[in-house]
Design a protein around this ligand. Sequence first.
Ligand SMILES: NC(=O)c1ccc[n+]([C@@H]2O[C@H](COP(=O)([O-])OP(=O)(O)OC[C@H]3O[C@@H](n4cnc5c(N)ncnc54)[C@H](O)[C@@H]3O)[C@@H](O)[C@H]2O)c1
Length: 286
Amino acid sequence: MREITSEHRIGIAGAGTMGQGIAHLALAAGHPTLLFDIDVAMLEKARGAIQKTISQSIERGQLQGNSEEYMKRLELVNEAYGLKADVIIEAIVEKTDIKHGLYRVLESENTDQTIIASNTSSIPITQLATGLKHPERFVGMHFFNPAHIMKLVEVISGVATLPEVAQKIAGLAELWGRRPVFANDSPGFIVNRVARHYYVESLRLLEEGAADHETIDRILEAQGFKMGAFKLMDLIGVDTNFSVTSTMYQQFFQEARFRPSRSQQLKVQAGHHGRKSGKGFYDYSS
Ligand SMILES: NC(=O)c1ccc[n+]([C@@H]2O[C@H](COP(=O)([O-])OP(=O)(O)OC[C@H]3O[C@@H](n4cnc5c(N)ncnc54)[C@H](O)[C@@H]3O)[C@@H](O)[C@H]2O)c1
């Protein structure tokens, strides 16, 4: 594969918050697109959500035609064995062992040319590539939420990633109208490393009783932040945000400045995962 074009088949693993936005981008660019999840209900939910965002893009004049033309290129898959593509973007749960299990299947079912890219927020690409038959064709492709709106994409090479693989992924991001930047393979890369303190300090303020979450958000927004920290955690997914902080805390040898919050852990245990579950720090049930 010289460079990735709209003829190439794109596979996306994980039909959650990020997988939906990435699938939107692949369909909008005209790729035959496979979307895989182990949860069949999630796949159906994702189809509806993608059709809705594509329709919105058409209404805003960002895409031409009608949503059916885009949606006909989407195939839903609920077995990892069925995910055969030229480029596979993995956006499943932020757990190293689960991602490794999936990569083993993907490598056995795909060709020696297939590029596997992870949308991980915090796990080093070198660590994720451990045990792969082809770590040279494994790379980080880190989108931001909502992926179909946010332009920035971090492209991260592990120690074994071939430079041309990172270049092809940056080219794909450009083809999709994104702005790729090359980032080092350090925990949290660039954005999540800096942004971690936005969440961690806001949670500390809450735990110290400085103010309630709504007041903290209001103050942050009044200072010019587009979204308060608690609204943003609800958008990201409280569970995903907690996993990212936990990974970074371990990766930085338990540095106190990255210590995860007990009250956030309780929210995860209660199933209050944010917008996607109907409740997080805020209530979205009505
Ligand atoms: N949410 C964000 O703002 C954000 C931003 C950038 C990157 N990320 C990263 O993207 C990845 C996905 O995050 P998300 O927020 O979309 O999570 P999510 O919880 O919304 O969705 C994850 C999906 O993965 C599926 N899944 C779990 N195990 C699976 C498996 N073994 N095989 C196939 N599917 C499986 C789940 O059923 C779920 O639908 C994570 O690595 C996360 O760190 C998230």
